[in-house]
Design a protein around this ligand. Structure first.
Ligand SMILES: *Cc1c(COP(=O)(O)O)cnc(C)c1O
Length: 383
């Protein structure tokens, strides 16, 4: 087994859980397309595998790699980010328990808690996580989980993970950080005191917009056992090809995140100079309200930018429909640049609620194309 704890990030991304195959020498982890495993006599398992919902070697390689990237002891891979979210919440909450969630949570997370888990008696309070006093005030004796996203979607708000971890610990609750926007290269919540890290590996971790997946990483062996019980018991597992595609994407995570961050900085500069852009939201900007905290807990500031334009919703929709390189689409974190209108697309369901987003807001997932081309594309769309 690769001694991944001592290695740098890129080395772990390329080698953790991915030793050459002992029987064939295959340098790349094979796609183990099998549902079951031959036994040498009843219970005589050759490699510890008996059925692929319970465990599959390609998935195990991905799980070991994800754990190594977040500096956690245990990793679990899921069929989607929502599969991981559902597993985490159902493993940690019972009827009558309470969860603190961001007031700008990912829409799917809010929907799962508000529409599904509420039917099983799990209560929730949405809070602005950038305000620790508001979190302290929202925590109750029955609070089991404080759920954190940072940076958030699409307003790029920043929460102080170390401060929230302390609040959760004092309250006897677990702190879960959805680290999807930052990726494990830019931010490692377990090192800041979080109990669990969640990823939609669909986004930066996979990085190529070709696979849906999710992950949970923790160093808490008891929590991991509860996650494993539900992973097998409820079965939201990824297939071996999905696990393989995700592992393939992970190998370049460090170079991709560096380039996403470089390009986002250049796009931000161009937007700030543009007369029709009224506000630019990027945690790397010194006047962003979360800049200091972001600089403390993130390696760089990533590839997500939101901005508002002069002329309201109509102008924002016009920009979204006029780019050529930025593809108009939901999702984020791939090598190709995407543009979207949160109010009409990813966040349409928040209309009229306290999660509602500004109508003149445009969100960018800045890809790793040539920065000059991306800037020119936005300038012509804004003209
Ligand atoms: C996309 C996303 C999810 C959900 O992940 P899926 O893979 O789409 O199920 C959860 N949290 C965040 C922050 C996301 O961006």
């Amino acid at each position: 087994m690769t001694d991944s704890g001592r290695h740098g990030f890129a080395t772990r991304a390329i080698h953790a859980g991915q030793d050459p195959d002992p029987t064939t020498g295959s340098v790349i982890v094979p796609i183990h397309a099998t549902s079951t495993y031959a036994q040498d006599g009843v219970g005589g398992l050759r490699g510890g595998f008996e059925y692929s919902r319970t465990g599959n070697p390609t998935r195990t390689a991905l799980e070991e790699c994800l754990a190594a990237l977040e500096g956690g002891r245990h990793g679990r891979a899921f069929a989607s980010g929502m599969g991981a979210t559902d597993t985490a919440l159902r493993a940690m909450c019972r009827p009558g328990d309470h969860v603190v969630i961001p007031n700008d949570a990912y829409g799917g997370t809010f929907r799962l808690i508000d529409k599904v888990l509420s039917q099983w008696g799990v209560q929730h309070t949405p809070v602005a996580l950038s305000d620790p006093d508001a979190v302290r005030a929202a925590v109750r004796p029955n609070t089991r989980v404080v759920w954190v996203e940072t940076p958030t979607n699409p307003l790029l708000n920043i929460a102080d993970i170390a401060v929230l971890a302390e609040i959760a610990r004092t309250a006897g609750a677990k702190l879960v950080v959805d680290n999807t926007f930052a990726s494990p290269y830019l931010q490692n919540p377990l090192e800041l005191g979080a109990d669990v890290v969640l990823h939609s590996t669909t986004k930066y971790v996979g990085g190529h917009s070709d696979v849906i997946g999710g992950a949970l990483v923790t160093s808490d062996t008891e929590l991991d056992a509860a996650f494993g019980f539900l992973q097998n018991g409820a079965g939201a597992v990824p297939g071996p090809f999905d696990a393989w595609l995700t592992l393939r994407g992970i190998k370049t995570l460090e170079v991709r995140m560096e380039k996403h961050s470089d390009n986002a900085e250049k796009v931000t500069e161009a937007l700030l100079r543009h007369p029709r852009v009224t506000r630019v939201l990027y945690p790397g900007l010194p006047d962003h309200p979360g800049h200091e905290v972001a600089a403390k807990q993130m390696r760089r500031f990533g590839g997500m930018i939101s901005f508002t334009v002069e002329g309201g919703e109509e102008a924002a929709l016009r920009v979204c429909s006029r780019t050529r390189l930025f593809t108009l689409a939901e999702s984020l974190g791939g090598v190709e640049s995407l543009i979207e209108h949160p109010g009409r697309m990813t966040h349409a369901s928040t209309a009229g609620s306290l999660l509602q987003v500004p109508a003149d807001l445009v969100r960018l997932s800045v890809g790793i194309e040539s920065a000059d081309d991306l800037v020119a594309d936005l300038q012509s769309a804004l003209a």
